[in-house]
Design a protein around this ligand. Structure first.
Ligand code: HEM
Length: 476
């Protein structure tokens, strides 16, 4: 009570109960609703809101800059990231220490630089997988396709190509063992167990066996073995992450290398898969059909300009596609939730509020993309054309937080963008997509996981209608 009444955080707006307890926040976390709960608080109290006795959420560009970019990589991560440790090791994503992170990033960043992603071999690998996805669409004509599963398979095959080529997977067309690994990771249901472990570690240690039937821990034995086996191969292509990690100069032991690869594999499946799934679902709605048509027109024009029989054109010169991808990530950021950090020693001032050292602060992409209606008017509406207006471009980019920002922002960003663009090119230059009749809005409701979010129904059935040349000529 004394702490609640004397806390320096009392000046920060927020519900009265958040001065005394974090139980309400935890309740929403356990119910997979944290993102929307925090967003509702922002709508009610503004861009700075106290969400628990020692936790504050922000949604302004200034806060993003201070928390995630100050000093290069921003404030330190909290122990929340311990939940993502693999094989008992810390990876680039889970390391809490700045220097360790910087050392690991110096090794890894090169393989995810745009200049590496757009080299012929890595890019051809993605284009080949996008063509396989289009083949699945063609095979589904007359029926429907579960793009939730197929997009996760696509993202899985793309990321394993980048990590392990020639030992990448083919879950899209071959199915079998590769598809089983993808399903194991994608259909993981360990949210409640992992949250319990994070918030109540001692109770978890004693009760984990009792918990098992109700809240399963994360168990991915197929994926674990697949990565360990793939890391054993000594013929990985020069563009792959594995090839880089194994360079003797870096001194990484085999388990460090496997842990880093497993982490990137997991980071690359749900994020890109879910982002594309939400985006294609939205493009298929009657309210968005005119955006889909505009996208098809641009892609067909680009294809014609590239000449007959040429592979899918590079994403340059397709500004509408670029706008569709940005708007998709703005409305449906695959990681929409708070990315928690500690206020460093000495305290800091954010958005005019003085915060003592050790306060947990965060921004969530979902709110940063919606709270400032001068920058994003009508923020809940999907409208790619807002990105084509040169006015306000700098402000929009400042608030765009889908890949986070600063030194600990998403290292896989260029890979993810290439995967998204090549897939949308392959699909929308050939098909019109429509929702299948049994799908409901509830299926596509956002269900929070640890920091990522997925469609609650874990399915997304779309119909693919081949686009005929004559139809496109009519459009033009
Ligand atoms: C649309 C797709 C993606 C989105 C929206 C996304 C988003 C993010 C975000 C928001 C973070 C910061 C997380 C935090 O601070 O807690 C992050 C970090 C990271 N992402 Fe992504 N990501 C995507 C795809 C990928 C892909 C394809 C890979 C790799 C193959 C990847 C690998 C990573 C890694 C390794 C980190 C940790 C970086 C570090 O700590 O330095 N991501 N991502």
């Amino acid at each position: 009570l004394y702490q609640a009444l004397s806390s320096p955080l009392n000046r920060i707006p927020g519900p009265l109960y958040s001065r005394f307890t974090s139980l309400v926040l935890k309740w929403h976390e356990f119910r997979a609703h944290r993102t929307r709960y925090v967003h509702q608080l922002h709508l009610r109290y503004g861009p700075a809101v106290r969400i628990a006795p020692s936790e504050v959420a922000f949604a302004s560009a200034g806060a993003v800059r201070e928390i995630y970019c100050s000093g290069g990589s921003g404030f330190d991560k909290t122990e929340f990231y311990d939940l993502f440790r693999v094989y008992g090791r810390r990876t680039m994503f889970t390391t809490l220490d700045k220097d360790q992170h910087a050392r690991r990033k110096r090794i890894i960043a090169d393989r995810y630089a745009n200049s590496n992603i757009v080299r012929p071999k890595p890019l051809a690998g993605i284009a080949e997988r996008a063509a396989k996805f289009a083949q699945r669409c063609t095979e589904s004509v007359g029926g429907c396709l579960d793009i939730y599963v197929c997009l996760h398979a696509y993202a899985f095959d793309c990321v394993t190509h980048h990590l392990f080529h020639p030992h990448g997977t083919d879950s899209l067309l071959q199915g079998g063992k590769d598809e089983a690994i993808m399903r194991e990771v994608t259909f993981d249901d360990s949210l409640q167990n992992r949250l319990f472990k994070h918030h109540y570690p001692t109770a978890h240690r004693f009760l984990h066996k009792l918990l098992y039937p109700f809240a399963k821990p994360r168990e991915t034995p197929l994926a674990d073995h697949f990565v360990l086996d793939s890391c054993d191969a000594d013929d990985s292509a020069p563009f792959t992450l594995l090839d880089r990690l194994r360079e003797p100069a870096h001194g990484l032991d085999p388990l460090d290398i496997a842990a880093e690869c497993l982490d990137h594999m997991a980071a690359g499946i749900d994020t890109t898969g879910d982002a594309l799934c939400f985006l294609m679902w939205e493009l298929s709605q009657p309210r968005s059909m005119r955006y889909q048509r505009e996208l098809q027109r641009e892609l067909r024009r680009a294809r014609r300009a590239a000449g007959p029989g040429s592979p899918a054109p590079a994403a340059d010169g397709t500004p509408y596609l670029e706008a569709v991808v940005l708007e998709g990530l703005r409305c449906f950021p695959a990681i929409p939730m708070s990315l928690p950090r500690y206020v460093p020693p000495g305290g800091r001032t954010i958005d005019g509020y003085r915060l003592p050292a050790g306060t947990i602060v965060s921004c969530q992409p979902y709110s940063a993309h919606r709270i400032d209606t001068d920058v994003f008017p009508n923020p809940d509406a999907f409208n790619p054309e807002r990105w084509l207006d040169p006015q306000g471009d700098a402000d929009r980019k400042r608030l765009f937080f889908a890949f986070a920002n600063g030194g600990r922002g998403c290292v896989g960003k260029h890979l993810a963008l290439a995967e998204m663009k090549l897939l949308l090119q392959a699909v929308y230059s050939m098909f019109t997509t429509l929702p299948e009749a049994t799908m409901t809005e509830a299926d596509m409701e956002m269900s929070d996981q640890l920091i990522s979010s997925r469609p609650a129904g874990q399915r997304c059935l779309l119909r693919f209608v081949p686009l005929h040349e004559s139809e496109l000529l009519d459009q033009e």
